[in-house]
Design a protein around this ligand. Structure first.
Ligand code: UD1
Ligand code: CA
Length: 520
């Protein structure tokens, strides 16, 4: 929706406000970024995403967001996160007052009740905090209730002006403040509850006669008071909740505090986190009781970890479901499912579409992609499994590659159940291996293997006797070979002296016994 759409609005009542207006039109130049400030993430969600979630939690009749800087990018991001949000375009008149005014115009003149205003760059603000503000505002029948905080260093903020009896008389911006006013440590958070009609009336009288030549929303307090309305402040003791990120230093500080709060919540819910300093969990992650997270673990997106699972150390999971009792060690995974009691890593790379069944194993230096690995099946070592279906209780030998790409298209490999495949096998897709089949070491599987068959690629081994002594004379290898071949010098007494005297002689072995890698 654009600003020309006027939302149908009912009067707010029963605790939920008529509207929340989130201001998000500013440029945020101090970030020095091509990405708009409010799109920078904290805890896996953009700053404006946090603001929208906190606002939506109030269950307002309308949630409006004022945009201008990078309008299309910001608007589509907001629409993606909250399709019901009303996008309002701010015009060229600058200032927070103007931002709210265009939103009020878009909401329509019939809107009455409580209007909450907050910012798109205040990511730690919670719905509960906003609810407290709305409750006090409505109980006291205020025209304006502003959320404030007392800071040691108030520089940059608007200061709260109070009369001798403590009543709030207004807000003065730092740039317009006198020396005495700058000494005030109670600051304007920029988060307010307004009575809609008082707000509308005051906004129509806000001038641009100030140090910045902007329409200040803060002027509404004095104007509402002049019009006979009650103006009050609610002091927020938790300064993080009202803190905005203006640059990347503040972004990191807010990100760390957000993470600290997330970890604390999970520890209180029964999750063991061994090292809080190196564990990062997005707000969208879900964990069960008795999950253990080892140092260096990052859990992102829609990741879920079930009871008794152990994740880490040094593991990053994005949209991964980890089953009950699974272990995931030094692993990088995205868009994957790990079954109950399965074992992953160390040093595994699970790419999107990996699904490992219960009791399965994706082991050391194994990369998987779009691979459905059945119950109890194992890929223990040094392999690439892409575009594959593997049945139950099968074993893929070490150093095997699912050759899925012919240079043009990707192809699928299907492996049955109770299969025992040798080490160093190449599966040239599309190809299928039947249930209970075996293969020898170094088999290149280009043709389907029927159930119960042994597949081998026969490439005769040639031993060229004495080749090293002939071609690398005097080398350490040649000396070792000579010593090993000295008559009477072998352990079992067999004389294996070089009968060819440095000439080359072929011999071949007939290797028909499959050699599995260890699949325990
Ligand atoms: C504002 C307040 C100040 C308060 C501080 C808290 C005013 C005049 N001043 O100052 O009292 O202490 O916030 O952080 O309100 N925005 C728009 N359109 C605009 C201008 C701003 O949507 O034309 C949005 C910005 O995107 C931002 C928010 O409003 O989310 C605050 O704007 P900002 O420029 O940071 O205000 P401050 O000068 O910090
Ligand atoms: Ca600001």
């Amino acid at each position: 929706m654009s600003s020309s759409d006027t939302a149908a609005v009912t009067t707010g009542g029963t605790g939920s406000p008529a509207a929340v207006i989130v201001l998000a039109a500013g440029a945020g130049t101090r970030m020095k970024s091509r990405t708009p400030k409010i799109l920078h993430p904290i805890g896996g969600l953009s700053m404006v995403g946090h603001a929208l979630a906190a606002a939506r939690g109030l269950d307002p009749d309308v949630l409006a967001v004022t945009v201008r800087h990078e309008r299309d990018l910001v608007a589509s991001h907001i629409h993606q996160l909250d399709p019901q949000a009303l996008i309002v375009d701010q015009d060229e008149i600058p200032g927070t007052g103007r931002a709210v005014e265009v939103a009020m115009d878009a909401l329509g003149h019939s809107l009455s009740g409580t209007v909450v205003v907050s910012y798109g760059d205040v990511p730690l603000l919670t719905t509960e905090r906003l609810q407290e503000l709305v409750r006090a505002h409505e109980q006291e029948s205020n025209a304006v209730t502003v959320l404030t905080s007392v800071l040691d260093d108030a520089s940059g903020y608007g200061r709260i002006l109070r009369a001798d009896d403590g009543t709030v008389t207004g807000i003065v911006e730092q740039k317009d403040a006198s020396e005495a006013q700058r000494a005030i440590r109670e600051i304007n958070s920029g988060i307010y509850a307004f009575d809609a009609s008082s707000l509308r009336a005051a906004l129509s009288r806000v001038s641009m006669d100030n140090a910045q030549g902007e329409k200040y929303l803060t002027d509404v307090l004095g104007l509402a008071r002049d019009a006979g309305g009650r103006v009050a402040a609610q002091v927020c003791d938790d300064r993080w909740q009202v803190e905005g990120a203006n640059d990347r230093v503040q972004l990191a500080a807010l990100g760390a505090e957000h993470n600290r709060r997330t970890l604390e919540r999970w520890m209180r819910a029964g999750v063991t986190i061994v090292d809080t300093a190196s564990t990062w969990i997005d707000s969208t992650v879900t964990l069960d009781e008795d999950v253990t997270l080892l140092p260096g673990t990052g859990l992102h997106g829609q990741t879920t970890v079930a009871r008794d699972a152990v994740v880490g150390p040094d593991t990053t999971l994005d949209d991964v479901d980890v089953g009950t009792g699974a272990t995931v060690t030094r692993t990088h995974g995205s868009s994957a499912v790990i079954g109950a009691s399965a074992d992953v890593g160390p040093f595994a790379y699970l790419r999107p579409g990996t699904k490992l069944g219960a009791d399965g194993k994706i082991g050391t230096f194994v990369e998987t992609k779009n691979a459905d690995v059945g119950t109890g099946s194992k890929i223990p070592h040094l392999s690439y499994v892409g575009d594959a279906t593997i049945g139950d209780h099968s074993n893929i030998g070490a150093a095997s590659v699912f050759v899925n790409y012919d240079g043009v298209a990707k192809h699928h490999t299907t492996i049955g159940s109770h299969v025992r495949m040798g080490s160093d096998n190449m599966y040239v897709a599309p190809v299928a291996v039947g249930d209970g089949a075996y293969s020898g070491a170094s088999t290149t599987i280009r043709k389907d293997v029927p159930a119960g068959a042994l597949a081998i690629t026969v490439a005769p081994q040639r031993n060229m006797d004495g080749w090293v002594q002939a071609n690398r004379p005097g080398s350490a290898a040649a000396q070792a070979a000579e010593a090993a071949q000295a008559p009477g010098d072998t352990a079992d007494g067999t004389d294996t002296a070089n009968s060819a005297g440095g000439g080359l002689q072929d011999s071949s072995t007939d290797e028909t016994t499959p050699r599995e890698s260890d699949h325990s």
